[in-house]
Write a protein that binds this ligand. Structure first.
Ligand SMILES: Cc1cc2nc3c(=O)[nH]c(=O)nc-3n(C[C@H](O)[C@H](O)[C@H](O)COP(=O)(O)OP(=O)(O)OC[C@H]3O[C@@H](n4cnc5c(N)ncnc54)[C@H](O)[C@@H]3O)c2cc1C
Ligand code: SF4
Length: 461
């Protein structure tokens, strides 16, 4: 766990899935609870099983991992969840994880044809969770495996991009070693995605499946010098970079070292590793993205009475998913647009925050109108806790060690089909390439890169 600001009071330690205190259980209470056996069969029977060999169903087209959605739903309807799990894991080794974290409103479920008739979409993610929960590691059919092919590949990062690439390579017979600086597997899944979506389960089971395929993991092993990277490069024929992004971006405000001022990732990691924070009554969240929404909803569950998100543009420019903004509103989160913090105030700890109103100006590089300060509009609000959720840093220092590797504003440039970088030995995927997207998108990149590596090392395309 990252160091926390001095003087911060922690709540009692969690037992892994919840606290002894009821108030904190809601942090870990499933947003989408599992279906019962009967519930799953009834829901599966709502599926029209549209699509066919020449015309994929719209839900399948919308799944970045290419899961045969009508196929697995039909297996559940037949009462065969094991077969359903097989179909899911065949395409997505993190099928159980994705069932919990995918923003399905904008992916598979958002394309369900039932909606055209004004009906509720089939609950694809909950059915996926049902199927993957039913089976043990042993029961999941091992991927077709032709024996080792003698080639060695290194994967840096045990997040979704790295795990998916490792699994896909192992199924093709590669000897794969995964390196990660963290103790636990899963990258942001383990340390950042909201605990009411996922905490640790089912990542350990899915990693177990990957280990069964012969992948070796070197956890708590940072690749943090050019020499270590060079050694990995020499010992392997290809290297996959699934390194994600770094810590929160540094935005320097006066008073930001006061206890009570947090960076988003440290705040969430504290919760997810068993040390939820006492947030007090008034919580201010700075930012307008999905991470800002998550921390606001977490702060509410931690007992925040007045939780307000401050965003410097208007609601139309907010990068957060509209459906999540709505859910946050329903949970009582307040939104204050066209405001930006100036400094944090307090004696021994945070007490107030000074802000200023903004107006929209000419478009900036992102194409969105630039927020412009409105002089003379400064005001202060009470704040017991402030959480800054402005975005993550790029891992430029690490990328600079790789000879001939082209980047675009700190993000790895790759061939969109093979995910090969401009240094032919290196491949990349996930957040380090797209600047932060979804778990299932990272899974897709990992699969593409595995195929790219296979091609590069002489296998069929
Ligand atoms: C707060 C938050 C909430 C999110 N919520 C969702 C959600 O609900 N649904 C969703 O689909 N997506 C969500 N995302 C996005 C999703 O988590 C990421 O898109 C995804 O995890 C990216 O996967 P990755 O494998 O590229 O990187 P990461 O998950 O970041 O994994 C990278 C791994 O590489 C390791 N690593 C990096 N550098 C080194 C090094 N030098 N040596 C050794 N190891 C190294 C890290 O320790 C880490 O384990 C969220 C993101 C955040 C920040
Ligand atoms: S992996 Fe995600 S997007 Fe694909 S079918 Fe499952 S829930 Fe939908």
């Amino acid at each position: 766990m990252k160091p926390t600001p001095a003087g911060t009071t922690f709540m009692p330690t969690l037992n892994g899935h919840g606290t002894t205190d009821d108030k904190y259980r809601s942090l870990f209470r499933d947003l989408n609870p599992p279906l019962t056996n009967i519930g799953a069969v009834v829901e599966a029977n709502r599926c029209l099983e549209c699509g066919g060999p020449y015309n994929e169903a719209p839900c399948m087209q919308a799944c970045p991992a290419d899961i045969d959605v009508p196929g697995f739903i039909s297996a559940i309807a037949e009462g065969n969840p094991e077969k359903a799990a097989d179909i899911i894991y065949e395409q997505n080794i993190l099928g159980g994880t994705c069932a919990r974290v995918c923003p399905v409103e904008t992916l598979c479920e958002g394309k369900c044809v039932l909606m055209k008739e004004g009906r509720k979409p089939v609950e694809i993610a909950r059915l996926q969770r049902y199927a993957t929960d039913q089976v043990s590691v042993e029961a999941v059919r091992k991927r077709s495996f032709d024996g080792t092919n003698g080639h060695k590949v290194a994967v840096i990062g045990a997040g979704p991009a790295g795990l998916s690439c490792a699994a896909e390579l192992a199924s093709k017979g590669y000897e794969v070693t995964v390196y990660d600086e963290h103790e636990d597997f899963g990258g942001l899944i383990r340390y950042a995605i909201a605990p009411y979506r996922i905490n640790s389960h089912p990542i350990p089971k899915e990693v177990e499946m990957i280990k069964e395929m012969g992948v070796e993991f070197k956890m708590s092993t940072p690749v943090d010098t050019a020499e270590k990277l060079r050694r990995i490069e020499e010992e392997n024929e290809a290297v996959f970079l699934g390194i994600g992004l770094g810590r929160d971006v540094d935005l320097h405000y006066e008073g930001e070292n006061l206890p009570g001022v947090w960076n988003s990732l440290e705040f969430i990691e504290a919760i997810k590793t068993g040390h939820p924070i006492q947030v007090g009554q008034s919580v201010a969240v700075i930012g307008g993205g999905n991470t800002a929404i998550d921390v606001a909803r977490e702060a509410k569950r931690l007992g925040g009475v007045e939780v307000t998100m401050y965003y410097r543009r208007t609601e139309s420019e907010m990068p957060a998913y509209a459906h999540e903004v709505e859910e946050a509103r329903e949970e009582g989160i307040h939104f204050q647009f066209l405001t930006n913090p100036i400094r944090f105030l307090g004696e021994d700890r945070l007490q107030r925050m000074e802000l200023q109103y903004m107006k929209l100006g000419e478009p900036d590089d992102s194409g969105r109108p630039r927020p412009v300060k409105v002089p003379g509009t400064e005001f202060t609000v009470r704040a017991d806790t402030v959480i800054k959720a402005i975005g993550q840093q790029k891992r430029t220092g690490f990328l600079d060690w790789i000879e001939g590797l082209d980047t675009d504003w700190g993000l790895i440039k790759t061939n969109p089909e093979t995910r090969q970088t401009t240094n032919p030995k290196y491949f990349g995927g996930g957040d380090a390439l797209n600047g932060g997207s979804t778990v299932v998108e990272a899974v897709r990149h990992g699969k593409q890169a595995a195929k790219g590596i296979h091609q590069y090392l002489g296998g069929a395309s």
